[in-house]
Design a protein around this ligand. Structure first.
Ligand SMILES: CC/C=C\C/C=C\C/C=C\CC/C=C/CC(=O)SCCNC(=O)CCNC(=O)[C@H](O)C(C)(C)COP(=O)(O)OP(=O)(O)OC[C@H]1O[C@@H](n2cnc3c(N)ncnc32)[C@H](O)[C@@H]1OP(=O)(O)O
Length: 277
């Protein structure tokens, strides 16, 4: 049974609610017997990743470093979408300062999630394009409900998936499949994603999804944690260091790229198309 655990907060059950409710953008529950955390993205309707949501995730990940967190399941409260990726409004006509701050928070959040020493599972309960796919790919294991879409579709919007997004995909499905998918901006169905290994398992529905996520977690908790995390970080360090050592350059790419008039035009058209749907 899940209870909100006191040590995540200031000491009382109501403080726990305050911790999550400080923004209300993520719900965090911890099983006090196992230490397994469920982080649920809660920014309706589609969990688009704006600065505030990323900051709430980042704050939670930092807090979990200092807690007895043994593993984390990442999911969303939306019935249809895991995450719609980066909030397009953060990239459409921002100020340079705002765009820089936003990108820095995305980098911070990704670094924490990708390097978490404890096991991480994405319980993908809906569509997961672009930045949503990045979040899922940053976890160690991905389980997804049927008939939804996942992938790095940036090209289709007239933008480019940053190197570290690309690296994450390459690490999972291999260079050749990733190159094809990234050039085309392919959004895979859950079933196709399972075939190419972009996701590890299909679930029948949300209940089955969470059951499978817990099953994976139970397996991982049976392993010696230090050995487990040492192997994980060994596999991930090159990808992590590539961004960590070039954060400024990466931010400059982002700023230079999105401020191009052609890119702003593409974003405007895409936003309008989404609204007209
Ligand atoms: C080597 C590299 C070198 C150089 C590179 C340098 C720099 C790189 C530069 C830039 C990189 C930037 C990277 C970006 C990554 C991203 O994540 S971009 C975001 C991409 N996301 C999408 O394409 C998803 C768009 N959304 C959808 O397809 C659907 O909404 C979805 C299938 C998720 C859900 O469908 P549905 O349930 O039908 O919902 P609606 O479509 O009706 O949407 C509900 C409302 O939400 C608004 N909305 C949807 N997605 C977003 C979003 N991502 N941002 C902001 N708002 C969004 C939508 O407009 C609706 O609003 P409304 O209710 O009409 O007001």
């Amino acid at each position: 049974m899940f209870v909100l655990r006191q040590c995540l907060t200031l000491g009382t059950k109501s403080s726990v609610r305050n911790f999550a409710a400080a923004t209300n953008l993520v719900n965090v529950k911890i099983n006090e017997d196992t230490g397994v955390v469920i982080m649920e993205l809660n920014k309706p309707p589609v969990n688009s990743l704006n600065y505030e949501l990323l900051e709430a995730m980042h704050r939670t990940l930092v807090k979990l470093e200092n807690e007895r967190c043994s593993g984390m399941i990442l999911t969303s409260s939306s019935p249809n979408t895991f995450s719609a990726g980066l909030d397009l409004l953060e990239m459409y006509k921002p100020t340079v300062d705002k765009a820089r701050k936003f990108w820095g928070m995305l980098q911070n959040t990704w670094i924490k999630l990708y390097s978490a020493p404890y096991p991480t599972v994405a319980a993908i309960n809906g569509h997961s394009p672009a930045g949503g796919c990045l979040l899922a790919m940053s976890c160690e294991y991905r389980i997804m409900v049927p008939k939804k879409k996942i992938g790095l579709n940036e090209t289709q919007l007239g933008i480019v998936a940053p190197q570290w997004f690309q690296d994450c995909m390459k690490n999972i499905i291999g260079s050749r499949q990733a190159e094809k998918a990234l050039i085309a901006g392919t959004l895979f169905s859950s079933e196709e994603a399972a075939k190419i290994g972009l996701i590890d398992e299909l679930a029948t529905d949300k209940e089955d999804l969470m059951k499978k996520a817990h099953d994976f977690m139970d397996e991982q908790l049976g392993l010696p944690p230090l050995a487990r995390s040492t192997v994980k970080i060994g596999f991930r360090k090159d990808t992590l260091n590539r961004l960590i050592n070039s954060r400024e350059v990466d931010t400059k790419y982002f700023i230079d790229f999105i401020f191009q008039p052609k890119v702003q035009e593409s974003l405007e058209m895409y936003l309008q198309a989404l609204k007209k749907k």
